[in-house]
Design a binder for this molecule. Structure first.
Ligand SMILES: Cc1cc2nc3c(=O)[nH]c(=O)nc-3n(C[C@H](O)[C@H](O)[C@H](O)COP(=O)(O)OP(=O)(O)OC[C@H]3O[C@@H](n4cnc5c(N)ncnc54)[C@H](O)[C@@H]3O)c2cc1C
Length: 1026
């Protein structure tokens, strides 16, 4: 590659560099939190690059000059020419472009050597992988330094290649901080760049050691108080560094240290035992070291008479019966050695505690490489791939062993391995739990419902990760699999999952560097929280993705279609979620199953429910008559001031934006973080009043639009539209339906969205657009066609249209059985050459169908939740109407109280044909029928919400369609019976019944026609039921 072309600078690189720096800084902060400092007084080692980590440019130049017959020393002289203000230093500070530098540098070299110098070719060589290879001794040293918990940094005069690649040819993962002159605009030996590096490390000068091959750079660092090493050759420099740090940087017997005081074992009795075991006569010493790891079962390296051995023992003290079972480790390794699985050669199991204090076993030491860091820093990608392939090959070998053939058929229980593991984890977590971690609670609930069916039972390692493998030093081959402490018979998938874990954890995660056991309790707590958040994130993203893609295997879908199957096969997951709760503390007991009553909600949500109930009683129901009068007054097209007042009260009481499902907003950035089931209970309560949803900022169509923005909006779109909507300052509408086409089939939509210059121009005729007349309506979420020739479901797009854009012409408000539903109304509207900026497109052209499906999932079952509320209120009013009067009712009748809609307020006992209504058989039958129908529908709503929570909206398609088919007509029937029991008064606006009835009827269209939902149910039923 021509260096000239690859040096062309680009402004974009700056943006990338800044982003990269931020990333590095974040990484540094993250890793710093969990860093273990070991015994050294130093906390970081800072490396120069050329001449320290990789060959120096001077040395490369000398060789290149010989090969190209250029007078010796030309390049070096030209590099130094002009000192601080020479082309090289200016280039290093990014003051000149790569092109400018090469021109000037080439000219300088040619002048000096009196011959043409192809400097491009020199820089090509300098940056080539062949030359710019890190010294292995340095890679080893960096690994050891980081393993001890010290930070590492590179402080380099450097330059950038285009395509966002740095000249710095190092694996950046080896360093906590990277400081480059071309990014900072400062070069060594300027003291500012050293200070910058220390600042990013968060250290004082005296806490770090700096290595550089150039005297002036070393001097500058020393003058700041940094300890320095002048590097002449890397090997000697590493020795000097070892002396300063006080620990080895070479891998002699890797990962060992002198035996810890508390872990000492009697050498004499051990030596005697070993001499007997090995049949050797020696008077030489027994050398003993302890491995860094193996804190669960202390592990020692032993050298005796040229034999290298490893001893692994139980820890001292009282032990749990099944823990530290070194006998099992010995047994499985012995068995596997005969089955071709690479394991250390085990020699003897000694259960006599008199030798070293506890039982132990001895095996041969297996020399080789242990890769501690799963990102394999310093290795070529192809080498990394080979290492992981070898790891997978050995795992296959383990899983292919026939337990019976090697005498391990009784090595563990058969079947249900993963559920048992999950139960054990939960038990262990509960035993050491200090405070509630929400993500962990969600996981404890989610995991048992999403366990894969066990396909096979094999031997499992139980802790299968890279640093439990010893590799051949020269080829990608596993020589031995270590640490069989957790091995058993189980599901092989668990080893696969565990070996993939490192891929999902951040590179700074301490367990990956083998430091978890040294973390303090507080750090362990933080780690647990961090990991549970990561795991929950994985569950909701990957988990839902996996389950969504497995329609036939989705247990929740399947179980409801397969009544004929045997219970044991199909029921465990679906049924359990309805009928039982997980083994958990009482505080969490309500969270695993389907919560069918508000009293079974978790304590905080139950409290929220009761707070909402009080709010409804104290503020909402009493305000209804006034709010209704406002809707019938001349001022009806302006928002009621009382509503605005009540909104502030609801906000103050935390009864605000409750609708956004946790799954769409896992960090609770925008809403209350309720699950769909939790919200179902609260939404039903809000549904008992026509006004409560708006008062709590939970009303359609805003809720659906807000969710759309949360799920699909860009940050700019969210800032502009979502925030005012969440604050309740703005309102919005959704414009899809068109008078000229059957709009229940959204593919029929004809409104056009065409690109013109930097705008989209929309034209179309829409109607039934709820909320468009509201003066607070600022946003119209518009659906139209961008490409009428694309496949049917890729023609539509969704645009965010500001309501003040010229060309939006509202023709009239439509009425529903004469009701206008002011101030939002349901408008008929024309869009005539409405220009919308291109950045207002949601997701991209052709994604409209996909978006509306997402928008209408949870939003539509909110209507069903509210319909249950309508029905409960109607039934309560009906019961109140036919029973003897209450005290408030009597006061109301005597004019001492304002008439109220309150559902428990009874005015008069009504008698017809000689019998109180409450004794009329048909009225009683109506009440019974209504109660049964409400309960049936509520269960179906909750079930849909539950499936959405557990398996995602797509997996819940059938449940959503079923409830949408059932809820509006159920509500219409219940409300109609109540109206009937009220007599003509039921039709009047003295009671909310007539309005309830109207909206229940309208929702048999507004929420999609019944027939469409029926068609969906039938289609899915036929698809799944074979
Ligand atoms: C109060 C209210 C508020 C609304 N708010 C909005 C809004 O904010 N934004 C918006 O865009 N729209 C809104 N709508 C419109 C609503 O979404 C549509 O009315 C609905 O999608 C049906 O479309 P359509 O009226 O064009 O009926 P059509 O599609 O013409 O359907 C008419 C009838 O055809 C039959 N039919 C249709 N499909 C099938 C089928 N697959 N099988 C058997 N029969 C079938 C049904 O009986 C159906 O009722 C609202 C409607 C109402 C009543």
């Amino acid at each position: 590659m021509c260096v000239r072309s690859c040096f062309q600078s680009s402004c974009l690189q700056w943006a990338w560099r800044t982003a990269f720096l931020k990333h590095i800084q974040r990484r540094h902060q993250g890793s710093h939190r969990w860093t273990h400092l070991g015994g050294s007084t130093y906390r970081a080692v800072i490396f120069d690059m050329g001449g320290v980590l990789i060959p120096s440019p001077g040395r490369v130049a000398a060789e290149w000059e010989v090969q190209n017959r250029i007078p010796s020393g030309t390049i070096l002289k030209a590099l130094m020419e002009g000192g601080e203000n020479g082309p090289w230093m200016r280039f290093m500070r990014a003051e000149i472009t790569a092109e400018g530098f090469l021109r000037e540098f080439g000219r300088l070299c040619s002048e000096m050597s009196k011959t043409s110098v192809p400097v491009d070719s020199f820089f090509s060589l300098l940056t080539s992988e062949r030359v710019a290879k890190q010294f292995p001794v340095m890679t080893e040293a960096i690994t050891q330094i980081r393993a001890k918990g010290l930070q590492t940094a590179v402080l380099s005069n450097n330059f950038y290649l285009p395509n966002q690649k740095s000249f710095l040819p190092l694996d950046r993962k080896q360093f906590d901080v990277v400081v480059e002159s071309c990014v900072e605009g400062i070069c060594k030996p300027d003291p500012r760049i050293y200070k910058l590096c220390l600042e990013r490390l968060g250290l004082q000068p005296s806490e770090s050691i700096f290595l550089d091959d150039l005297g002036p750079n070393v001097k500058a660092a020393a003058s700041l108080g940094i300890h320095t090493i002048k590097v002449n050759d890397p090997e000697t420099a590493v020795k000097e560094l070892e002396a300063l740090l006080g620990f080895t940087l070479r891998l002699g017997v890797p990962n060992t240290q002198p035996v810890r005081k508390t872990m000492e074992i009697p050498k004499d009795s051990l030596k005697k035992y070993l001499k007997d075991l090995l049949g050797i006569q020696t008077t030489g010493p027994l050398e003993l070291l302890q491995f860094d790891h193996g804190q669960s079962n202390p592990t020692y390296y032993i050298r005796l008479a040229n034999r290298d051995l490893v001893l692994r023992k139980k820890p001292p003290g009282t032990l749990l019966p099944s823990a530290h079972a070194i006998e099992r480790e010995f047994r499985i390794m012995k068995a596997l050695a005969n089955a071709g699985v690479p394991v250390p050669n085990v020699l003897d199991l000694c259960e006599d505690s008199s030798v070293v204090g506890t039982p132990f076993y001895v095996m041969e030491y297996c020399p080789g490489l242990i890769y501690k860091d799963p990102s394999l820093p310093g290795l070529e990608p192809s080498h990394r791939r080979a290492i992981y392939t070898a790891m997978n090959t050995v795992l296959c070998k383990i899983h292919s062993v026939d337990p019976q053939a090697v005498g391990l058929e009784d090595y563990g229980k058969q079947g249900a391995y993963i559920p048992r593991q999950v139960r054990t984890w939960v038990k262990q977590y509960r035993a050491s739990e200090t405070s509630t971690i929400p993500a962990m609670e969600r996981l404890i609930e989610w995991l048992p419902l999403h366990l894969p069916h066990q396909q096979r039972t094999t031997l499992v390692h139980g802790d299968f990760r890279l640093d439990n493998l010893v590799f051949h030093p020269e080829k990608p081959e596993v020589l031995a699999v270590l640490d069989w402490e957790l091995s058993t018979l189980g599901d092989p998938l668990i080893d696969v999952a565990y070996s993939c874990l490192a891929h999902y954890l951040p590179s700074s995660f301490p367990v990956l560097r083998g430091q978890a056991s040294s973390a303090h309790a507080e750090q362990t707590g933080k780690l647990t929280e961090f990991v549970s958040n990561l795991a929950w994130d994985f569950a909701v993203k990957e988990g839902f993705r996996v389950f969504k893609e497995m329609p036939f295997k989705n247990p929740l879908t399947r179980f409801c279609h397969t009544w004929a199957r045997s219970q044991s096969q199909w029921y465990p997951i679906g049924t359990r979620s309805y009928s039982s709760v997980p083994e958990a503390s009482p505080a969490h007991a309500s969270r695993g199953g389907l919560v069918i009553s508000p009293e079974s909600l978790s304590p905080p949500v139950r409290e929220l429910y009761h707070r909402l109930k009080r709010f409804m009683e104290q503020h909402v129901y009493p305000a209804e008559p006034e709010l209704q009068s406002h809707q019938a007054s001349a001022a009806r097209w302006s928002p009621s001031p009382l509503i605005e007042d009540l909104k502030e009260k609801a906000k103050a009481e935390g009864l605000w934006n409750l609708f956004l499902p946790l799954e769409a907003d896992p960090e609770k950035k925008y809403g209350a973080g309720l699950t769909n089931v939790e919200y179902a209970h609260l939404c039903e309560l809000m549904g008992t009043s026509l006004y409560a949803p708006e008062i709590c900022n939970c009303s359609a169509p805003d809720t659906g639009n807000m969710e759309l923005l949360v799920r699909y909006g860009t940050e700019a779109q969210k800032a502009r539209w979502l925030m005012p909507l969440l604050e309740g300052k703005a309102r919005s509408c959704f414009a899809m339906t068109e008078p000229q086409v059957a709009s229940s089939d959204a593919t029929n939509i004809e409104a056009s969205i065409r690109e013109e210059d930097s705008f989209y121009v929309i034209n179309g005729h829409k109607w039934w657009i709820t909320g468009i007349l509201d003066p607070r309506c600022q946003l119209c979420v518009f659906m139209g066609k961008t490409d009428p020739h694309a496949p049917r479901h890729r023609q539509q797009s969704v645009l965010l249209v500001p309501m003040d854009t010229p060309g939006i012409k509202i023709i009239r408000p439509l009425t529903v059985y004469g009701l206008e539903d002011a101030p939002g109304g349901h408008g008929e509207v024309r869009f005539e050459r409405v220009h919308v900026p291109k950045e207002n497109m949601v997701l991209g052209p052709g994604r409209g169908f996909e978006i509306t499906q997402g928008r209408l999932g949870p939003g539509r079952i909110h209507h069903c939740m509210r319909l249950i509320g309508f029905s409960e209120r109607a039934l309560a009013l009906m019961k109140a109407r036919i029973q003897p009067p209450t005290a408030e009712g009597r006061e109301q009748e005597r004019g001492l109280r304002r008439p109220c809609f309150h559902w428990s307020c009874r005015v008069k006992s009504r008698v017809a044909f000689g019998k109180p209504l409450v004794e009329q058989g048909t009225v009683l039958a109506d009440i019974a029928q209504s109660r049964v129908e409400i309960e049936q529908a509520r269960l179906l709503v909750l079930r849909a919400a539950h499936v959405m929570d557990l398996a995602g909206n797509k997996a819940a398609a059938l449940d959503i369609a079923m409830i949408k088919m059932v809820a509006p007509s159920m509500a219409s029937r219940v409300i109609d019976r109540a109206i009937q029991a009220f007599g003509a008064a039921g039709l009047s606006s003295d009671y909310p019944l007539a309005q309830f009835f109207t909206w229940a009827r309208a929702l048999r269209f507004a929420d999609g026609p019944d027939e469409v939902h029926r068609a969906t149910v039938a289609k899915l039923e036929l698809k799944h039921r074979i």
